[in-house]
Design a protein around this ligand. Structure first.
Ligand SMILES: Cc1ncc(COP(=O)(O)O)c(C=O)c1O
Length: 419
């Protein structure tokens, strides 16, 4: 189990008694101060990952921008860190626009997505003068034209459906034929022509995003080759999607290798003076956070269930697309007498499994359990199933921890009731 640490944020370590340190803070101290479950983000690891992207892209393609896909962790404090490190923000909906603005982003550095943008969201985008709106369909064009005042103009990209099927779970595929996202080539052409004729829209370029948790670089390259069939433009947004490491066996490409592939594809297919945007989400944040749980019950049997005080209310990734996580008991990562158990949550679903079939040394009620790599899409999909309160987010850095999102209160659960 010693190598469980490999799945923790890059600056993690073990204290003298074997207790894991996240952002320099002992996991047991974090649990004592903020309660459990708690989502702990190692701030320096997060900043380092953001810089790896922005510096790596700048050296390979100077006319480039990195925008963080907010949906992966749309917490204002995390968006603020991204902005601070020089990234723009990709947002998918009104709420993410508002948290992005609260995080202090320059609206010109915001890219708005969505396959079903409402009138209200388009209005918010126009009001705040967001840099780019990505047109997913012809109705987006109708809405933008109806919303923009006379004399105003909006820069847009058109999202192309490239028909590329990456090797990932079907629920997180977005560039394959039959996907609901973007426009296939024949449908895209008239929309592009319409935008080019529109007095209110400025056709800046094309967008493509083929899916998430992708471990192979070839589909990214292929998507660039496909998108350029639509013509030459000043801007190409090549999306996100690089896989993150969740388990012992995961071997995602390094960010540097991914950026090499993107830059090579751009050199081969795109105009030399084009601006390239990338929108990484999962691969920026996944490995920078850890969720700490308390073991509530241990039920021996044909399968020994170790049940914790959280579950699918704070991590839907397992139920949603079968993502595997690993777990360790704080203070006993390297215990010798490990037994095979299944770590489950507290929700009324058999699918509420956090880690199926894993080895833990003598799990006991009251133990603190750490699940690493929970930085992506866990906070954002948190829910109140079974009346659980959404969990807090803590940023840990150099041995100091600060609460950035508080735990919901019991009162929060009824705060929206009007009768
Ligand atoms: C348009 C768009 N860009 C970027 C991303 C980020 O993808 P990932 O988090 O896999 O990097 C997504 C997420 O699916 C997306 O829909």
């Amino acid at each position: 189990m010693a190598d469980l640490l490999e799945l923790f944020p890059a600056d993690s370590g073990l204290d003298d008694d074997g207790t894991v340190l996240i952002g320099g803070c002992r996991a047991d101290d974090l649990a004592a101060e903020f309660g459990t479950p708690v989502l702990v983000v190692a701030e320096d690891a997060l900043r380092a990952r953001a810089r790896e992207y922005i510096d790596g892209m700048a050296t390979r393609w100077p006319n480039s921008r990195v925008v963080f896909a907010s949906k992966a962790f749309p917490c204002t404090a995390v968006q603020r860190v991204m902005v601070d490190e020089g990234l723009g923000l990709d947002v998918a909906g009104g709420g993410e626009i508002l948290t992005a603005l609260k995080a202090g982003v320059d609206p010109a550095q915001v890219v708005l997505h969505g396959n079903a943008k409402t009138d209200e969201e388009i209005r918010i985008a126009v009001e705040h003068r967001l840099g780019l709106v990505v047109v997913d369909n012809a109705n987006d064009v109708d809405r933008l034209e109806a919303t923009l005042p006379d004399g105003a103009a909006q820069d847009v990209l058109v999202r192309i459906l490239p028909g590329v099927t990456a090797d990932t779970h079907s629920h997180v595929l977005t560039g394959n034929e039959g996907s609901k996202f973007g426009l296939p080539e024949p449908a895209a052409r008239p929309v592009i022509r319409r935008i080019e004729r529109s007095p209110k829209l400025r056709m800046q370029g094309l967008h493509v995003h083929i899916g998430s948790q992708i471990m192979d670089l070839e589909p990214f390259t292929e998507s660039v080759a496909r998108v350029v069939r639509l013509g030459e433009f000043p801007v190409y947004d090549l999306g996100g999607g690089l896989g993150a490491r969740y388990t012992w066996s995961d071997r995602p490409p390094a960010v540097a290798d991914y950026l090499d592939a993107v830059a090579a594809a751009a050199r081969e297919h795109l105009p030399a003076d084009a601006q390239i945007i990338i929108e990484p989400g999962r691969s920026v944040v996944a490995s920078t956070a850890v969720t700490l749980y308390r073991v509530v019950t241990v039920k021996p049997g044909a399968i020994t269930f170790v049940a914790v005080d959280g579950g699918m209310g704070d991590n839907l990734e397992v139920a949603l697309f079968g993502q595997r996580f690993e777990a360790g008991i704080v203070g006993r990562f390297s215990g010798s007498e490990a037994q095979r158990v299944t770590v489950v949550g507290r929700h009324c679903e058999s699918g509420d499994v956090l880690v199926d079939a894993t080895d833990l040394p003598s799990p006991t009620v009251g133990d603190l359990l750490a699940v690493p790599a929970t930085g992506a899409y866990c906070y954002t999909m948190a829910n109140n199933y079974n009346g659980t309160r959404r969990i807090p987010v803590v940023l840990a850095r150099a041995g100091a921890a600060r609460l950035v999102v508080r735990r919901e209160t019991w009162d929060d659960l009824t705060a929206r009731d009007v009768d």
